[in-house]
Write a protein that binds this ligand. Structure first.
Ligand SMILES: [Zn+2]
Length: 123
């Protein structure tokens, strides 16, 4: 009784856990956008985002323009930030910009993982 179910312990929202939209979808992450100017929060439907931006798109650090139009007249000029959580009922965390150096390391690791799994398949 009490204590946390270890199976429910949330994966941290870090680029090493899921870098691309496809990885977030596979891992069951939920995504939202929030406008810094008007405060509007929207759900991101990951399959739709993948259809538009591509499976390999990286939402970390992206700040697309807000699409809200107030009173049918005033387009918001704010920028969106992406927020994610890896399990329901956990805190939403901003997808901060990934430094180029970290991005390069993560990409190298992913290529190595793919190579490794392909070698495994050939055995
Ligand atoms: Zn806005």
């Amino acid at each position: 009784m009490g204590g946390q179910n270890p199976e429910y312990a949330a994966t941290p929202v870090i680029p090493a856990a899921a870098l691309t939209l496809a990885e977030m979808l596979v891992q069951g992450w939920a995504l939202r956008t929030q406008c810094k100017k008007c405060g509007t929060v929207l759900k991101v439907h990951l399959p739709s985002a993948i259809a538009v931006l591509g499976a390999e798109a990286i939402p970390w650090g992206r700040t697309p323009p807000c699409q809200v139009v107030s009173d049918h007249r005033f387009p918001c000029e704010g920028r969106l930030t992406y927020l994610a959580r890896t399990k329901p009922h956990t805190a939403w965390k901003p997808l901060h910009k990934v430094a180029d150096r970290e991005l390069a390391i993560l990409r190298d690791n992913r290529i190595a993982r793919v190579r490794h799994s392909r070698q495994g398949a050939d055995d």
